[in-house]
Design a protein around this ligand. Structure first.
Ligand SMILES: CCCCCCCC/C=C\CCCCCCCCCCCC(=O)SCCNC(=O)CCNC(=O)[C@H](O)C(C)(C)COP(=O)(O)OP(=O)(O)OC[C@H]1O[C@@H](n2cnc3c(N)ncnc32)[C@H](O)[C@@H]1OP(=O)(O)O
Ligand SMILES: Cc1cc2nc3c(=O)[nH]c(=O)nc-3n(C[C@H](O)[C@H](O)[C@H](O)COP(=O)(O)OP(=O)(O)OC[C@H]3O[C@@H](n4cnc5c(N)ncnc54)[C@H](O)[C@@H]3O)c2cc1C
Length: 672
């Protein structure tokens, strides 16, 4: 098609899809956003941030060089942060830090990431979580006003996972009432902190605290690293960019080292522990791990982050699949829309369902987090271990599932999904990093497994356990869970699988120890099973939360919304029952006949959901500016947009590139 004849109308196939949709889209948007109020607030924020057109690039971000891309990201971060500071936080308050609306709207400005993301994502939350009130009064207004820009530097070249192994030291000098920060080795260089390389002028540094000759473990400090006028690093501070990455290239991930660099005593974040003027160390917190609080907070927010990104990818892939026609399964019939292939539905509908499952579970986890925080303010830390176990496994599974399904969405778009202009590769490169940062997948599942094994030992000892593991009590009676394929039956069977795996792990550890080895070695020998047990536990939590919550949330919805939401949730349960059929055959009474029936129901559900597929992704309600995809825009002008974006490439700035004259011509003329 010639570019000058491009139509601006909505693609006909998409129009027909929208006519087929039989439910009220807005009601589903409300469910996905967590309520009508939240939808209205989100739309208001999007209007404020996006209607001026400030987010729009004349040249696609991906066509710029590395430095220009960073420069452009800083420019737009300043615009967006001004809007956030002056207008958005007024509406949302600091609640926005745990609410995906800021990130969702930021996607219109940054195809990759803002170098300011960690400022709001971790620097500000750490000030809130780790500073005394007096310290907050000093730092928080400056941070929110963007007078200072911060990063969070915990990870080092040598250690990310094992925080207790960090090597940076903060040694207290009572003579001057200062801490001396030092990086004793190459492996002690801070590495990875977002925004640190060139942007931040302050940084939270996690270092081993020494006072009176004794090490008290890792603690956070606020460290000025650059001159506020010249932006030059202070003497004793070495800072730079870690180099080109798979994604995140506008996030300015940096390295940092100190050479006996001094900061005032008051720059230690002292909510959980203090160093007095004379160097006396005073522990304030009731729980050893409260200094890890920011990580728990971010893990909680990442569950909804995973949901939103998957919803974006699903929107792109489903709309494209309604527009794209390919092959001719029946002679003389027109080429079908690719969404009519059951295999395509199998790839995509689980993505829609998973986005809902994670969003709903993320909302529930956020509420749980706030409850635990309220308890802790009252001095009660009893629920912290359960929150840590939950946030660890949910962060691990949500980010891992979301990354895998985003990649599946890209596969579902064939060759065009490989184009950066589809946005799918960029969404993937962002989300796949979430599986690693803020705690690696395996490491976090093993944290949950620790909690589960302890819970099992408690159950065996006849003690009560916390709500999310109460299903273990039933399992301990050794009563067999009889398979039934109602939703509640499937969920009970998943719990039985998790319980059996957890008890088997506990037995395996004991068996190893009987051979004379220590607990730690026995634990290591069991870790492959422990990861699998923690994964099963987490899936049962997601399935139960999704089912219970969707039933509650749709109670007052219109009939067709109830039906389509129930279809999606049932699809999710059956999908995982089929995926984990090996576990079910091993640990429940399910038979081959039951599995065959489940497979049939799964395929029936694909057909039932099919007419509503476009409506379901429309209900995620992403503005085109946020989707930033040639394949996923609301109007479905896929081919026109692909062509328009292609023409913006600098490689199309003329019919002949300079390299022809420099290299190719001499080669073809035998002169090179
Ligand atoms: C203005 C424009 C801006 C643009 C718009 C932006 C808008 C932004 C707004 C919001 C943004 C939201 C999105 C956020 C995005 C954020 C991006 C983040 C980027 C990445 C940042 C990072 O990665 S920071 C570094 C993170 N690092 C880690 O996560 C390290 C992982 N390791 C650990 O957590 C721990 O070391 C460990 C848990 C693995 C082990 O710790 P340790 O060795 O000390 O403990 P043990 O294994 O011995 O366990 C002892 C005991 O403690 C319990 N425990 C461990 N951790 C915790 C915890 N956190 N809480 C509670 N309890 C804990 C453990 O279970 C053991 O208990 P027992 O009872 O003894 O069994
Ligand atoms: C894009 C990006 C942004 C980041 N931003 C920041 C930031 O702003 N600030 C910051 O401080 N950090 C940041 N990080 C660092 C991040 O938090 C760490 O990379 C992460 O915690 C993993 O630690 P690691 O790199 O040391 O991996 P490692 O711990 O070395 O992991 C390597 C492998 O070893 C395995 N492994 C490690 N320990 C165990 C164990 N005990 N048992 C079994 N297996 C184990 C892991 O599963 C993994 O497969 C960022 C990282 C990325 C990729």
């Amino acid at each position: 098609m010639s570019t000058d004849k491009m139509s601006v109308k909505v693609n006909v196939d998409l129009q027909k899809e929208r006519q087929k949709c039989n439910f009220n889209i807005q009601e589903v948007t409300f469910i996905f956003d967590g309520g009508k109020e939240q939808t209205l607030q989100r739309k208001k924020i999007e209007d404020i941030a996006l209607n001026s057109g400030a987010s729009i690039d004349s040249i696609p971000e991906e066509c710029l060089g590395l430095k220009e891309r960073y420069d452009n990201a800083v420019r737009k971060s300043c615009i967006y942060s001004r809007i956030v500071k002056n207008e958005i936080l007024e509406i949302t308050g600091l609640e926005a830090l745990g609410n995906p609306v800021l990130r969702r709207t930021a996607d219109a400005f940054f195809k990759e990431i803002s170098p300011f993301m960690l400022h709001l994502g971790m620097f500000v939350p750490t000030i809130i979580g780790q500073c005394t009130e007096e310290q907050q009064a000093k730092w928080l207004p400056r941070a929110l006003e963007m007078q200072i820009i911060g990063a969070y530097a915990q990870t080092e070249l040598g250690h990310g996972t094992f925080i207790r192994g960090l090597e940076t030291t903060a040694t207290y000098d009572p003579e001057t009432e200062e801490f001396v920060l030092h990086s004793p080795t190459l492996t002690s260089y801070k590495w990875w902190a977002g925004g640190l390389g060139n942007t931040a002028n302050h940084c939270i540094v996690v270092a081993q605290l020494y006072t009176k000759g004794q090490c008290h473990g890792t603690h956070p400090f606020i460290v000025p690293i650059r001159d506020m006028e010249t932006h030059e690093p202070f003497p004793g501070v070495k800072v730079g960019d870690v180099g080109v990455r798979m994604g995140f290239n506008t996030a300015d991930n940096g390295f940092l080292s100190f050479n006996h660099y001094r900061i005032p005593r008051e720059n230690m974040m002292m909510k959980n522990a203090k160093v007095l003027k004379d160097g006396t160390y005073v522990k304030v917190a009731r729980h050893e791990k409260l200094t890890y609080g920011t990580m728990v907070f971010v893990r909680v927010t990442l569950v909804k982050e995973a949901a939103i990104n998957l919803a974006k990818a699903a929107t792109i892939a489903v709309r494209y699949s309604a527009v794209r026609r390919q092959s001719q399964p029946k002679p003389d019939a027109p080429e079908p829309q690719i969404i009519d292939y059951p295999t395509q539905q199998h790839k995509l509908f689980i993505c829609i369902a998973t986005a809902h499952a994670l969003q709903i579970t993320g909302d529930w986890l956020w509420r749980t987090f706030k409850d635990v925080l309220a308890d802790m303010r009252g001095g009660n830390t009893d629920s912290l271990p359960e929150l840590h176990a939950l946030s660890s496994c949910l962060k691990a599974i949500s980010t891992s599932d979301s990354a895998a399904y985003i990649e599946q969405c890209r596969f579902a778009c064939g060759g065009h999904g490989y184009m950066l202009s589809s946005n799918l590769p960029l969404i993937y490169s962002f989300v796949t990093a979430t599986r690693t940062y803020e705690g690696d997948y395996t490491v976090l599942l093993l944290q949950t497994a620790r909690f589960l094994v302890k819970a099992w030992e408690q159950v065996e000892a006849g003690k009560s356990v916390t709500p999310t593991v109460s299903y273990l009590t039933l399992a301990a009676t050794k009563e067999k869970v009889l398979w039934n394929d109602f939703a509640e039956g499937i969920i009970r069977s998943f719990q039985a699988v998790a319980a059996r795996k957890i008890s088997a792990c506990a037995e395996t550890i004991k068996r190893h120890m009987k051979t004379g080895i220590c607990y730690e070695d026995a634990w290591q020998l069991t870790t492959v099973r422990l990861v699998s047990a923690a994964e099963s536990h987490c899936r049962s939590v997601i399935c139960q939360t999704y089912w219970n919550e969707i039933t509650r949330l749709t109670a007052s919805c219109s009939t067709n919304v109830k039906i389509v939401m129930e279809q999606l949730a049932t699809l999710y349960l059956i999908y995982w029952a089929l995926e984990r059929s090996g576990d079910l055959l091993r640990y429940s009474t399910i038979s081959e006949k039951d599995l065959n029936r489940l497979q049939e129901r799964y395929e029936e559900l694909l057909a039932l959901i099919r007419p509503n597929a476009v409506g379901l992704v429309d209900a995620f309600d992403f503005r085109d500016e946020i989707l930033r995809s040639t394949l996923g825009a609301y109007d479905g002008r896929v081919y026109e947009r692909l062509m328009e974006e292609a023409l913006k490439s600098p490689l199309n700035d003329g019919p002949v590139q300079a390299s022809f004259h420099k290299y190719i011509k001499p080669l073809t003329k035998g002169k090179l």
